[in-house]
Design a binder for this molecule. Structure first.
Ligand code: BES
Ligand code: MN
Ligand code: ZN
Length: 471
């Protein structure tokens, strides 16, 4: 394999960022009543204007101050008093609030790097089917902030969002493979893909069974990057291009958003992009089982017993619990490599949403110290997650009368936990294994997060690997 060193394309700034601009308008972060002091810096006219507008410096609000010619001389932006969870990430609102133009961060920003990242992430638009010719809002990269690393993170997040937002007619298993291939090319990684009936030959029976009903062939995508002697880190992402539920067909409302069921794959690819761009000293592997859970005469059925790569026989309780089946075969392959760390992302259960809502994906690991580190880093980088337990008592809910294991529990209790417990059976040799049950979607826009696809836990993953393996 070629080494990535020196071959990575020259970094470029994201279009929402600029190196410098002499006429950039200052944006001042204000908290509570100190807005009036900030406004006074720009003359009594500006201060009077702010008063007349009844500006209060409230969280996430902004006010453009005029000079005597009616031009914008400065912008006040309310960071609030720590009442909102968003903090500095609230700067992600700025691209929506500000008129087109060039801006720079002025005083009052406790974490300029996070503010710049939030600003760029807040500038995202999904443009594949609808051009918008809006003039850009641009931010000058402040001294001491690495605009290129912010740009690499934003580029990866935008790729993840685009992949999720693209509907299934244009985002089938082949398109997911193409995305992985483009990423491999960009960073000189090695890509290997097993498709269609070759999956049977190569012993991935469950990936084949779930994907075989679709006219678009299932596949296992395997990307490898980095030096062989570096610590092995494997990312796995659920790549269900569309989830009809299979023969246990989903009702209309539940099926509507199922283009996002490859959100785990998008997250794994986004995280991989960040890791490779940062040139972290890891031997990275990305495994994506990519299938369409479709309905046809060849569909797998409730009651079927499938073979698995691991050798366990798996009784099918519900064809709509397809994600854990394809992941189990991929996880088993990951495990054979005895990696240091396996990170797995999947839009796996509706139950995770019932428990924690759309913004806070649950995750599972047996390592308490690692769990603590992940929770803290998630908070720090505004990519929050919450640990749920691999509750041993519930393992018996997966007992099957006729097979080694059932992939769903009969009672319907603890759906996210039992899915995690099922997957846990397929991982034995990896030193650490972390499974994220993500939503992959922002139902209503929030600072730095536009409505639509979101590769949740990708930025957190970069932060974790930087903390563990960073130079
Ligand atoms: N992709 C869905 C889970 C999902 C649904 C994620 C809605 C996010 C939003 C998954 O394949 C699924 O259908 N899971 C079932 C499992 C059940 C049949 C045991 C679920 O959660 O209802
Ligand atoms: Mn499903
Ligand atoms: Zn699914």
């Amino acid at each position: 394999m070629r080494t990535p060193q020196g071959l990575v394309s020259t970094p470029v700034l994201h279009p929402a960022l600029i190196e410098s601009a002499s006429a950039a308008i200052p944006v001042i972060a204000v908290q509570g009543q100190n807005w009036s002091i900030a406004a006074a810096r720009f003359g009594s006219l500006a201060e009077q204007f702010a008063k007349a507008q009844d500006y209060s410096g409230k969280d996430g609000t902004c006010l453009c101050l005029p000079d005597s010619n009616g031009q914008i001389i400065a912008v006040l932006f309310g960071l609030g008093e720590g009442t909102s969870e968003d903090g500095v990430f609230a700067a992600g609102r700025l691209p929506q609030l500000l008129p087109a133009g060039q801006y720079r961060l002025d005083s009052g920003w406790p974490d300029p790097e996070m503010a710049v990242l939030a600003f760029v992430l807040g500038s995202y638009r999904f443009k594949r089917y609808k051009q918008n010719n809006e003039q850009p809002r641009q931010l000058v990269v402040p001294d001491g902030v690495d605009g290129h690393s912010v740009s690499a993170i934003a580029k990866a997040v935008f790729m993840g969002r685009d992949l999720i937002n693209t509907p299934a007619n244009d985002m089938g298993p082949q398109d997911i493979e193409d995305a992985a291939c483009a990423l491999a090319d960009q960073f000189c990684a090695k890509l290997c893909v097993i498709r269609g009936d070759d999956l049977l030959e190569a012993n991935y029976p469950m990936i084949h069974a779930v994907g075989r009903a679709s006219t678009r062939a299932p596949r296992l995508i395997d990307l490898v990057w980095g030096q062989a002697n570096h610590p092995k880190v494997t990312l796995i992402g659920k790549g269900v291009a569309f989830d009809t539920g299979g023969l246990n067909i989903k009702p209309d409302a539940s099926m509507l958003l199922m283009k996002k069921d490859m959100g785990g794959a998008a997250t794994a690819l986004a995280a991989a992009s960040m890791i490779m761009a940062a040139n972290l000293p890891v031997r990275l592997r990305v495994l994506i089982p990519a299938v369409e859970n479709a309905i046809s005469g060849s569909a797998f059925r409730p009651g079927d017993v499938l073979a698995s790569r691991k050798g366990l026989s798996v009784e099918i309780g519900n064809t709509d619990a397809e994600g854990r089946l394809i992941l189990a075969d991929a996880l088993c392959l990951a495990d054979e490599d005895k990696p240091e760390l396996v990170m797995q992302y999947a839009t796996l259960t509706g139950a995770a949403r019932v428990a924690l809502g759309p913004d806070l994906p649950p995750f599972y690991t047996k390592n308490d110290a690692l769990a603590e580190q992940i929770m803290q880093l998630g908070r720090k980088v505004h990519d929050p997650v919450w640990r749920l337990p691999l509750w041993n008592r519930y393992r018996t809910m997966l007992d099957s009368r006729i097979a080694d294991i059932n992939h769903v529990s009969s009672g319907g209790f603890a759906g996210s936990i039992t899915a995690a417990l099922f997957l846990d059976r397929f991982c034995e040799q990896a030193k650490d294994y972390v499974h994220f049950d993500i939503f992959g979607w922002t139902p209503t826009a929030r600072p730095g997060r536009s409505e639509g696809g979101e590769p949740q836990a990708a930025r957190l993953t970069l932060a974790l690997l930087q903390a563990r393996y960073g130079h």
